[in-house]
Design a protein around this ligand. Sequence first.
Ligand SMILES: *Cc1c(COP(=O)(O)O)cnc(C)c1O
Length: 370
Amino acid sequence: MLKLSQPNISDDAIAAVAEVLRSGQLVHGPENEAFESELAAYLGCSDVVLVSSGTAALHVALIALGIGPGDAVIVPDFTFPATANVVAILGAKLITVDVDPETYTLAIDKLASTIEDWQGEETLKAVIPVHEFGCAADMKSILKLAEKHNLFVVEDAACALGASYDGSKVGALGDVGCFSFHPRKTLTTGEGGALATNNKALAQTIRRLKNHGMERSSVGMQFYQPGLNYRLTNFQAALGRFQLPELEQWISTRYKYAQYYIRLLEPLRSRGCISLPTLIEGHSFQTFMIVLEQGVERGKVIEKLRSQDVEASLGAQSLMALNIYPDAYSAGFSVSKKLFQYGLALPFCEKNSLADIENVVSALESILSC
Ligand SMILES: *Cc1c(COP(=O)(O)O)cnc(C)c1O
């Protein structure tokens, strides 16, 4: 079975993890500190704080910015639900905005009108652009709108480590950015995540919040505020550290593989069977998703692909189509709903070969009848 994706963990990386396990220093340790500074250098920001997942990163980011009841937060409708769950869990009003059909990220005209037309009793406090599948959101426009309307910008870069926008890495372009190291992402520590920021005071609050609200000093533990335990372990950090020097190479292979998929899938596209993602400079292609023609039963396509040893799945969710946020406000989600219903993520990994891509495309050609 050709899997949707696979972690890329070398024997050397496993040896590095084993060494940390033998050292006995399992939770906080030198690997955490080294990984934080290496990530900060890679992203070009002042501070990176490691946490236990991408969701933990989003949760801590919103707590650190003081988001809670009486506030409203805007997220794109097309994303993994964690982006919205943290807003709902904190008791803030969730607002979803439809996405752009080319980039699958926040549709700027709709974001602008949603902000300008907001009449709700909650105060608009933040926007969480998602760099969906590794494609950067239109940050220039988002930062401009955020400045004009006094909103925090929390980047959900959970699936976009290494993606760039206008020559800079995503994740530290707004107030704070959130990354995930789940096995479905390009760099993985099992579970894991990180926050990136250039705001020193915010970084200090985040460091306390993910560590019971405390700091260690020569006199022991000092508690500053109620916090959580969202720490990444020292051995997970060792695993992440080992992959970071490879990441640029992996992303460039992934970009070439996306190009190859697009070239081979062009006949299906021109017959109207599918639409294809746009090759945008800086895209890190965590996922390669095509969109099936409307009306096609995606479940059947997935089943038939499976019978040809190809694993495929949906791409991401439409939050409003899930019907689990009864108090949310949405100004429309037609693009998002279509992507949710007809999006098809194909096997995609830098470890695959060109022949794997050719096999997926011939399987699709044998299955799609249009
Ligand atoms: C993966 C992902 C998350 C959640 O990250 P976890 O590490 O699984 O908690 C959140 N947002 C987006 C856009 C993601 O792709």
